[in-house]
Design a protein around this ligand. Structure first.
Ligand SMILES: Cc1cc2nc3c(=O)[nH]c(=O)nc-3n(C[C@H](O)[C@H](O)[C@H](O)COP(=O)(O)O)c2cc1C
Length: 166
């Protein structure tokens, strides 16, 4: 793609190689529409504003979660603990994901809130902005619970845990 200055987009593989260097936390973005519940592993989430409390998640339009979040106008961000890599791997799949073996409780939005997460934040969608293959869902945060334990991290295609400097 070329902009009005004639500058072209970087090659997608160069872009991905650069972005793989970013170390992030890992979340499962959960959603519910009627009886249908879903969860998808995500690293594209961040805080937007503290007052009012708002955050965003970036969701691929081709995911099942996109359809559910779009319809229900709500989602929850469950930030995973260091020992929850298996949960991240499970919710990165596309197949019908059951919550039967995953501990959860229902939040005020109806979204499942995963047991053991180091933080769970429930959001009502305030804005949805299309960007390339994804939609940026900006949510007004309506509940937040914290459990101060060590986070699961992700960088360069691999899960990791944190070593704190003294
Ligand atoms: C570490 C990791 C991070 C991911 N981050 C995102 C993300 O931020 N946004 C997204 O749309 N998909 C992300 N994915 C891919 C989704 O988890 C994957 O497409 C999933 O199958 C979607 O599930 P669904 O179709 O049931 O919604 C990530 C996958 C992994 C393994």
């Amino acid at each position: 793609m070329r902009d009005f200055r004639g500058i072209v987009s970087v090659d997608p593989s160069e872009y991905k190689r650069a972005m793989r260097q970013l170390a992030t936390g890992v979340a499962v973005v959960t959603s519910r529409n009627g009886k249908t519940m879903n969860g998808m592993t995500a690293t594209a989430f961040c805080s937007v504003s503290a007052d009012p409390p708002m955050m965003l998640v970036v969701v691929n339009r081709s995911s099942n979660s996109h359809q559910i979040i779009d319809a229900s106008r709500s989602f929850a961000v469950n930030i995973l603990r260091a020992d929850q890599q298996h949960i991240a791997e499970y919710f990165a799949g596309r197949a019908d994901k059951s919550f039967a073996d995953v501990g959860y409780r229902e939040g005020v939005t109806g979204c499942p809130l995963l047991a053991g997460s180091i933080a769970t934040l429930e959001c009502l969608t305030a804005k949805a902005v299309g960007a390339g293959s994804h939609t940026i869902f900006v949510g007004r945060v309506v509940s937040a619970n914290t459990n101060e334990e060590s986070p699961l991290l992700y960088r360069n295609g691999a899960f990791a845990t944190m070593v704190e400097h003294a």
